[in-house]
Ligand binder design. Structure first.
Ligand SMILES: [Zn+2]
Length: 409
C-alpha cells in the first residue's frame, strides 16, 4: 500500500474547490477550513479536511508548527521567460517619453529580443528558463506556461521549444510550452506575413507535433503584428492539427478577442483595449479572459477591464506575462494583488484568477484546487489570515511550497 502522508495543520486552508469558473465571486463563497489538513499519496491529494479528522488515516505526518494559510499552488498561465538579452534600454527610453515606433526604429522592441535570443545557445536559454522558473516557484508558482516567440524562423522557434522542454526536466515547476512563432512577422525576410505563417503551418507545426514540443499555439493579433485576416488560415491549420489555441488579443487595438472566440481559443490574453462589445463576446464564449497586469505596470498603461469582464460573466485568469520587454517584474502575486486594488476584485476573484481559473486557461483539469485526485501542489503563507496574502501585494512570500507532494521550499 502506498504511504499516506498528512500535511498540516494549516491555520486556514482554502481548497478553492466547488467554485464556478465563470463570473463574479464573493469572499463569502470561499470555504475556509480552520486547522486544516491535506492527506496525500504518490503526489496526489486523497482528502482535504480538518487535520484532526485526517490524523487516524495517516501513515506519516509532515507537521507544520507555525501559523500558515494554505492555498493551491499558483498557476501562471502566460509567460515569455525563454529569452536572451535585456530590454532595460527600452524601459528607460519609454519612460523618457519615446514612442513604441521610435524605440523600434532605434533598435529596440521585440525584434531586439529576437536577435539576442537567436545569438544565445540552446544551453544558455535552458539555464535562463530554469533560473526564472525557480524564482517563480519560490513565489508559490508551481505551474508556468512558457512561450517561444523570439526565434521567428522555423529553426530558431524549434531551438526555443527544445530549450523549454529541456528546462522542464531541470526544475520542480511544471512548464507548459506554447508555440508563439506567430509573435511578429520576420523583419529579415522578404516574405509577407501571410507567407511566413504558411511556412509555419507547413514546416514548423508538423515538427512541433513530431517532437511533442507543444500542444498549444499562440499568435499576436495586433496592428504591429498579424491582422485577424492574416491569422485565420494559420488558426484553421493549427486547429485541424489538434493544437489548443490562445491569442494575444486587444492589447492596443481590438479584433483579437473576436478571432479568439471564433476559433474557440482556450484563452484570450491582454484585453486592455477591450470595450463593451468585446467584453460581451468573451462573456458569452467558452474562452477564458486572461488579464496581464504586469504588462500594464511595465508599459504604464490601462489594466484590462477585469471587473467588467467578471460582472458580465466571463472567466478571468490573471497571469504575469513575464517578458524582457513590457513585463520584466515577474511576480504574479504582486501583480494580481495590484490588479485587485485597481479593478476592485474580491480576494476570491484574485485567488481564483491565479489558481483554478488560470488552470482552466491552460486547459489543465488536474490542478488549481485542493481536492481529491488533484496534484498535491500547495503553497503555505506565514500568516493566520488569508486576507493578508493580497494585502501585502506580493511582499508576504510563501514559507513552504509542495509540488506533486514533494516539499520544494
Ligand atoms: Zn505575452
Amino acid at each position: 500500500m502506498p504511504t499516506k502522508t498528512l500535511i498540516g495543520p494549516f491555520t486556514q486552508l482554502l481548497p478553492m474547490s466547488g467554485l464556478p469558473v465563470r463570473g463574479a465571486l464573493k469572499d463569502a463563497a470561499i470555504t475556509v477550513i480552520d486547522q486544516g489538513g491535506i492527506l496525500i499519496s504518490e503526489g496526489q491529494i486523497l482528502k482535504v479536511a480538518t487535520f484532526k479528522n485526517l490524523l487516524p488515516e495517516a501513515d506519516e505526518v509532515q507537521r507544520i508548527d507555525q501559523e500558515v494559510v494554505g492555498i493551491p499552488g499558483l498557476v501562471d498561465a502566460h509567460t515569455h521567460i525563454c529569452f536572451g538579452g535585456s530590454r532595460a534600454r527600452d524601459y528607460a527610453l519609454r519612460n523618457s517619453g519615446k514612442t513604441y515606433l521610435e524605440i523600434a526604429k532605434s533598435g529596440g522592441g521585440i525584434w531586439d529580443t529576437v536577435l539576442k535570443t537567436r545569438e544565445a545557445t540552446e544551453a544558455a536559454l535552458v539555464q535562463g528558463v530554469v533560473a526564472r522558473s525557480n524564482k517563480h516557484l519560490k513565489l508559490g508558482v508551481t505551474t508556468l506556461e512558457v512561450k517561444s516567440g523570439y526565434g521567428i524562423s522555423v529553426e530558431e522557434e524549434l531551438k526555443m521549444l527544445r530549450a523549454i522542454k529541456t528546462a522542464h526536466a531541470q526544475t520542480a515547476a511544471d512548464l507548459i510550452p506554447t508555440c508563439l512563432a506567430a509573435h511578429i512577422p520576420p523583419k529579415d525576410q522578404p516574405n509577407s506575413p501571410g507567407q511566413y505563417l504558411q511556412e509555419l503551418s507547413e514546416k514548423l507545426l508538423p515538427q512541433v507535433k513530431a517532437e511533442k514540443l507543444a500542444n498549444r499555439i499562440d499568435a499576436f493579433v495586433e496592428e504591429s503584428a498579424f491582422s485577424p485576416k492574416e491569422i485565420e488560415p494559420y488558426f484553421k491549420t493549427a486547429s485541424a492539427m489538434g493544437f489548443d489555441i490562445t491569442v494575444h488579443a486587444d492589447q492596443f487595438s481590438t479584433g483579437g478577442s473576436a478571432i479568439a472566440v471564433k476559433y474557440n481559443a482556450i484563452s484570450a490574453d491582454h484585453l486592455e483595449a477591450s470595450a463593451t462589445k468585446e467584453i460581451e463576446l468573451l462573456a458569452k464564449s467558452a474562452t477564458i479572459a486572461t488579464a496581464l497586469p504586469g504588462a500594464s505596470l511595465g508599459l504604464g498603461c490601462e489594466f484590462a477591464p477585469a471587473r467588467k469582464l467578471l460582472d458580465a460573466g466571463a472567466a478571468l485568469a490573471i497571469a504575469s506575462d513575464h517578458n524582457p520587454g513590457s513585463a520584466p517584474m515577474g511576480n504574479l502575486l504582486a501583480q494580481a494583488s495590484i490588479l485587485g486594488a485597481f479593478e476592485k476584485l474580491s480576494n476570491a476573484e484574485v485567488l481564483a484568477g491565479i489558481t483554478f481559473r488560470a488552470a482552466a486557461a491552460l486547459n489543465l483539469k488536474d490542478r488549481g484546487t485542493l481536492a481529491k485526485g488533484k496534484k498535491a501542489d500547495i503553497v503555505a503563507f506565514p500568516t493566520g489570515n488569508y486576507q493578508e496574502i493580497t494585502y501585502h501585494q506580493g511582499q508576504l512570500q510563501p514559507c513552504a511550497v509542495w509540488k506533486n507532494g514533494i516539499k520544494v521550499l
